[in-house]
Design a protein around this ligand. Structure first.
Ligand code: DX5
Ligand code: ZN
Length: 235
């Protein structure tokens, strides 16, 4: 894991396809720790997005950067062998996309990948309680899934605190990831409340006037000033 407590996981679905390689290289130059890869099947969400082989190609070009696959698909179990083949590091799925969340989590781990569940803004945090002993991370959607570029739902903030409290109550150390409309005011507030992973998009790292790499550095500095100092000291 990174020296910093804060993990920047930019959503590569934000890269225009004709500039994909160049923008991914800028993310790498900016020091991102994870690539967030949204896979949409047109069933769980109305949209279609990214083939699984993107995961393998990213891993081949940037082996030190972890791939974080966000499955927005019906029947996530079906896709796990394909993700394993493409050397995915972290895999998360929506708990309402399957009747078998426990089996899906166990299968992801048996395949040697890190396992996570995703919940939508309309689902209570309490639905996670039977699962949190079996996850490496939990992804809180802060928009309705399916499209990039939506605004962060402000009523997500107490949900971050609630999940962090649940984690503490059970003495667990899974990561909390925030996905959707991440902007500075809300990211800073989520960090204060205990979230570690930030799926960044157009409000923080893409389409910034000073370029993607510098925007990634700024995100890291802003969210985790103490982590930055640690790195500066070479520790
Ligand atoms: C939404 C996706 C997000 C999204 C993040 O369905 O899961 O990962 O692309 O990017 P922004 O914050 O720009 O929407
Ligand atoms: Zn996502």
């Amino acid at each position: 894991m990174s020296a910093s407590r804060i993990i920047n996981a930019p959503s590569v679905a934000n890269c225009p396809l004709l500039e994909f390689g160049r923008q991914v290289e800028e993310l790498a130059q900016g020091g991102v720790q994870w690539f967030h890869v949204d896979l949409m099947d047109g069933h769980y969400v109305p949209n279609l997005c990214l083939p699984a082989r993107v995961v393998g190609e990213l891993k081949q070009a940037y082996p030190a950067i972890e791939t974080d696959v966000h499955l927005m698909v019906a029947d996530p179990l079906r896709y796990l062998p394909l993700l394993k083949e493409n050397r995915a590091d972290w895999v998360s799925f929506h708990i309402d996309a399957t009747n078998f969340s426990r089996r899906t989590l166990a299968t992801i781990r048996e395949m040697g990948m890190k396992a996570g569940v995703v919940i939508n803004p309309s689902q209570p945090i309490g639905v996670l309680e039977p699962l949190i002993h079996f996850v490496d991370y939990v992804v809180l959607m802060t928009v309705e899934p399916g499209y990039a570029g939506q605004r962060f739902m402000a009523d997500s903030l107490p949900r971050v605190s609630e999940l962090a409290a649940l984690r503490e109550k059970h003495g667990l150390d899974f990561l909390i990831s925030i996905d959707g409309g991440v902007d500075y005011p809300n990211a800073i507030e989520c960090a204060r409340r205990g979230a570690e992973v930030y799926v960044t998009g157009i409000y923080t790292v893409f389409r910034q006037p000073d370029g993607i790499a510098e925007a990634c550095r700024r995100f890291q500095r802003t969210l985790d000033p103490s982590g930055q100092k640690t790195e500066d000291r070479g520790q």
